[in-house]
Design a protein around this ligand. Structure first.
Ligand code: SF4
Length: 293
């Protein structure tokens, strides 16, 4: 039994087994030059009656559901009272629920007061996924992220203060050859400042539909990183991450050249050794045709 989803539908890899309810459609920003996820959709909020009907229906079919993901791109853009009602209904209908999560943009978190975020947390929102992409302000501007590194840090700190589990994404190769070192260092600086629970490193995958726009918005020649340079950048990123609390770091997305991961700071040397080994063993890297964003 599947709901009549409005495709395309995206969810983080770690939500593969979650039940998904689309509470909003598309992305309320929809302007990041590297992102092709919701270009075919205008942002809208789904009628509350429909969402509650779907929750009721799925509770009959899948009463044992433990995890729910609220799609699409930024469910947190919903008004707090509406989102809280949805969360409370999910918790009431699915007695075994363990985790409800959604994507969030920095602006979604900044637009809500701490009190509102705490209302959502106590209503059942446990985890948010947020794209840092880069900690470098020049790159963030060039890819039209709509947020500065300060805004990203502030919004993530707010999410942590509200007690959400925080999972952040960064994109390897986003600054191309010219900014690779700065991208790695500044992204590590932002991660160090936030200390998210999870960090996922993806690799830039330019879909043909958005390539022209990406290059035009970049406003200077963009030279994409080769596989070895991606590994160098990943090494620089990991090397510059210095966190006091555990951060589960993964570069195992479908877009990555190789699946690497571990808990920082504990596994730092092990991850760096693996990266060094891969630099001299390109035959172990995932073939390009198998990589997707
Ligand atoms: S990266 Fe996120 S915020 Fe940016 S356009 Fe895509 S879904 Fe929207």
């Amino acid at each position: 039994m599947e709901l009549a989803y409005d495709y395309p539908l995206y969810r983080p890899p770690s939500e593969a087994r979650s039940l998904i309810f689309q509470v909003t459609l598309g992305c309320s920003f929809n302007k990041c030059s590297f992102c092709n996820m919701y270009r075919t959709k205008d942002y809208s909020e789904r009628p509350m009656e429909e969402i509650h009907e779907e929750i009721e229906l799925m509770a009959k079919y899948y009463p044992q559901t433990k995890r729910v993901f609220l799609a699409d791109g930024d469910a947190l853009n919903l008004r707090t009272d509406k989102l809280a009602k949805i969360l409370l209904n999910i918790k009431q209908r699915f007695k075994n629920i363990e985790r409800i999560s959604s994507y969030s943009m920095p602006k979604n978190l900044m637009q809500k007061s701490m009190e509102e975020l705490k209302v959502l947390k106590s209503a059942g929102l446990d985890m948010v996924y947020l794209g840092i992409e880069s900690g470098n302000d020049r790159i963030l501007k060039k890819v039209t992220k709509g947020a500065t590194s300060k805004m990203i840090i502030d919004s993530c700190k707010k999410a942590k203060e509200a007690n959400f589990i925080l999972s952040c994404m960064v994109i390897l190769g986003l600054g191309g050859k010219k900014y690779t070192l700065q991208h790695a260092k500044d992204t590590a600086r932002v991660i160090n400042s936030i200390e998210p629970n999870y960090v996922g490193a993806l690799t830039l995958y330019m879909e043909p539909e958005i390539e022209e726009e990406f290059l035009q918005k970049f406003e200077e020649p963009f030279a994409a990183l080769e596989d070895r340079e991606i590994l160098v950048e990943l090494g620089n990123l990991v090397d510059n991450i210095n966190v006091k609390n555990d951060v589960l770091f993964r570069a195992n997305h479908a877009s990555n050249v190789y699946a690497i991961g571990g808990t920082l700071p504990r596994d730092k040397n092990q991850i760096l050794s693996k990266i060094d080994y891969l630099k001299t063993h390109p035959e172990l890297l995932k073939p390009k045709v198998l990589r997707r964003f």
